[in-house]
Design a protein around this ligand. Structure first.
Ligand code: NDP
Length: 338
C-alpha cells in the first residue's frame, strides 16, 4: 500500500520534502473481522489549498490537523473493495473523505456519498459534482442572490471553484470579469468559460486601476478566492449595497501574519454585505444542486476543466502547485484507473 505521509508539522507553506512517499508491503484486501467500516481502493484524489493549512499544528480550520507519520487525507473518489456497513457493498463507487494512499479503511462511512451518475467522468465528484461545485453554487447563488445584468468579479477565476462561478454568473445573465495569473488562463476564461472579460493580475501594476477599467460603474458582486491586496483593491470598486462572498483567501493561508487590508471601511460607507461560509454546512442543498447541474453538463451548457496528475507520487507537487498557480483548472491526482 503506497501512501503519502506527513513527516512533521509545518510552519508556513509546506515543501515537497515535508511529505514522504512510503510503500508498505501489506496490502489490505479484506476488512478486519467485525468492522462496520468500508475498505476502499482510491481512484482520484482532490488537491485543495486547505490541506496545506492542516499540516500546521496551530491552524484555524474547523478540521483537525494531520498527524505526523500518518497519510495525508482529503476528498477522493474510490471503489468499495469490502464493506461491513449495510449501505455499501463491494463494487460501489463512492466519494468523500479518504486517505492519500492506494487503499483506505473508512471507519465512519456515513459521510461517504454513493455515486449515482457514472456517465460523466468520475473525477467530477471531487470537482463540479462535489464540494467545489457546491461551493460555487452556494457562495454565488445563496450568498450573493445575483440578478440579471449585475456586474460580477471573480478572483482565481480559472480554478476549481472560480471557473464554475463565472459560468453560473453568465447563465444568470450577469456581466462577468475574471482574473487569473497567466495569459493561458486568461484565454480560457474568455474563450472556454465565456467570461465577458478577463485579465492577468500579475501583469497589472495597480489592480485598482485595472478594476476601474473593467468596471467603470463599479462591482455588484465579488466572489473572493484570494484575499490580501486583491480584496483591498476590490473594496475600492464595490458599488453601494454590493455583495462579497468570502469563499477563500489563498494569498493569506501560509503567512505567519495576515497582510493588512486597508480599505475595510468601505464596507460601512458602501453598505456592503460580506459573508464567509464553509460549504460543508450547506450540504442539505446538494440534491437541489445536482438536479440543476447534471442537465447543464449533459446539455453541454457548462464545462469543467481539470488538471490531472498521474500517480500518488505526483500528489505533493500537485498540491503545492496550487500556491504558485501551476494548476490549470481543478487539480486532481489519479491513483488508479477503475
Ligand atoms: P484553485 O483551483 O483556484 O487553485 C488555487 C489558485 O489560486 C491557483 O491556481 C492560483 O491561480 C491562485 N493563487 C494561488 N496563490 C495566489 C496568490 N498569492 N494570489 C492570488 N492568487 C493566487 O483552488 P480552488 O478553486 O480549489 O479554491 C479557491 C478558493 O476557494 C481557495 O481559497 C480555497 O481555499 C477556497 N475554498 C473554500 C471553500 C469553502 O467552503 N469556503 C471550499 C473550497 C475551496 P492564479 O494562476 O490565477 O494565480
Amino acid at each position: 500500500n503506497q501512501q503519502v505521509i506527513l513527516k512533521d508539522y509545518v510552519n508556513g507553506l509546506p515543501k515537497e520534502s515535508d511529505m514522504l512517499l512510503k510503500t508498505s508491503s501489506t496490502i489490505l484486501l479484506k476488512l478486519p473481522k467485525g468492522s462496520n467500516g468500508v475498505l476502499v481502493k482510491n481512484l482520484y484524489l482532490s488537491c485543495d489549498p486547505y490541506l496545506c493549512c492542516l499540516m500546521s499544528k496551530s491552524q484555524v480550520s474547523h478540521l483537525e490537523s494531520f498527524t505526523p507519520g500518518s497519510p495525508i487525507a482529503g476528498l477522493g473518489v474510490a471503489k468499495v473493495v469490502d464493506s461491513g456497513h449495510s449501505n455499501f457493498k463491494k463494487g460501489d463507487l463512492v466519494w468523500g473523505w479518504t486517505g492519500w494512499e492506494e487503499y483506505t479503511i473508512i471507519t465512519a462511512p456515513d459521510a461517504l456519498f454513493k455515486i449515482q451518475h457514472t456517465d460523466v467522468p468520475l473525477s467530477y465528484y471531487i470537482g463540479i459534482l462535489g464540494v467545489h461545485g457546491m461551493t460555487a453554487y452556494y457562495g454565488f447563488h445563496e450568498i450573493c442572490a445575483p440578478k440579471k445584468g449585475e456586474y460580477v468579479f471573480v478572483s482565481a477565476a480559472s480554478g476549481a471553484v472560480g471557473q464554475l462561478v463565472g459560468q453560473f454568473a453568465k447563465l444568470t445573465g450577469c456581466y462577468v470579469v475574471g482574473t487569473a495569473g497567466t495569459n493561458k488562463k486568461v484565454e480560457l476564461l474568455k474563450n472556454k468559460f465565456g467570461f465577458d472579460e478577463a485579465f492577468n493580475y500579475k501583469d497589472e501594476q495597480d489592480i485598482d486601476e485595472a478594476l476601474k477599467r473593467y468596471f467603470p460603474e463599479g462591482i455588484d458582486i465579488y466572489f473572493e478566492n484570494v484575499g490580501g491586496k486583491m480584496l483591498d483593491a476590490v473594496l475600492l470598486n464595490m458599488k453601494t449595497n454590493g455583495r462579497i462572498s468570502v469563499c477563500g483567501m489563498i494569498s493569506q493561508y501560509n503567512l505567519n501574519e495576515e497582510e493588512g487590508v486597508r480599505n475595510l471601511s468601505h464596507i460601512i460607507m458602501k453598505r456592503l454585505h460580506m459573508k464567509g461560509f464553509i460549504v460543508g454546512d450547506h450540504f442539505n442543498l446538494y440534491p437541489k444542486y445536482m438536479e440543476m447541474v447534471i442537465p447543464l453538463i449533459k446539455e453541454e451548457k457548462i464545462c469543467y476543466i481539470e488538471d490531472i496528475g498521474e500517480g500518488l507520487e505526483s500528489a505533493p507537487a500537485a498540491l503545492l502547485g496550487l500556491f504558485s498557480g501551476k494548476n490549470v483548472g481543478k487539480q486532481v491526482v489519479v491513483v488508479a484507473h477503475e
